[in-house]
Design a protein around this ligand. Sequence first.
Ligand code: GTP
Length: 197
Amino acid sequence: MSDTIPEMNPAIYGLVLAGGRSSRMGRDKGLIVYNDKPQREYIADLLRKFCAQVYVSCKTREYIPAELNPLPDQFELESPLNGILSAFRKNDTVAWLTVPVDMPYVDEAALACLLNHRDTNKMATCFVDSDGKHPEPLLALWEARAAAPLKKYYESGGISPREFLKQQNILLLQPPDKRIYQNINTPDELNDFLNKS
Ligand SMILES: Nc1nc2c(ncn2[C@@H]2O[C@H](COP(=O)(O)OP(=O)(O)OP(=O)(O)O)[C@@H](O)[C@H]2O)c(=O)[nH]1
């Protein structure tokens, strides 16, 4: 059953996770084109349909054009956790819908599914990982209530969004399309993907 497309929600902000080093790819994964435009722009456009404000998480502002609303990492940490913590530092009263730049199959249906089935009493709404048990942590709707425990987790030495979510009361959903799990990290994976599509 496909989900209806939810209205834009003023209390949900969007975050494109694009602050990684892309060291395995050897070039910025956010600039790879899967859907007619650089993936970081494609995801930002997708998020704008549902979210009141959309930011592109990055290491430093210079990498991202101003019109994409760069949100530089605020913490000393190499992890997507930095992007999520920095988003909550910007605003900890809204929920953040996060999407990584390296999942080419993320689409409107995937985001609509998270938004329509959202449980605001949980810390987050996520898809169950391809292992069937654990949360896929980066394509997720993080409730504002997660801001304080996430900061505490970081201050006690935590670095992994997945590990954090495994300790929390979260809603786990089946994705509408299992292909969303595919993420592209290396030139070989990219070539395989482009040859098949
Ligand atoms: N804001 C932010 N995002 C990050 C950081 N590290 C990774 N990400 C993002 O999280 C997602 C998954 O990243 P990974 O594939 O684990 O790491 P990566 O740096 O992109 O790639 P590698 O250097 O090859 O490991 C991607 O969308 C990254 O852009 C970080 O330190 N800050």
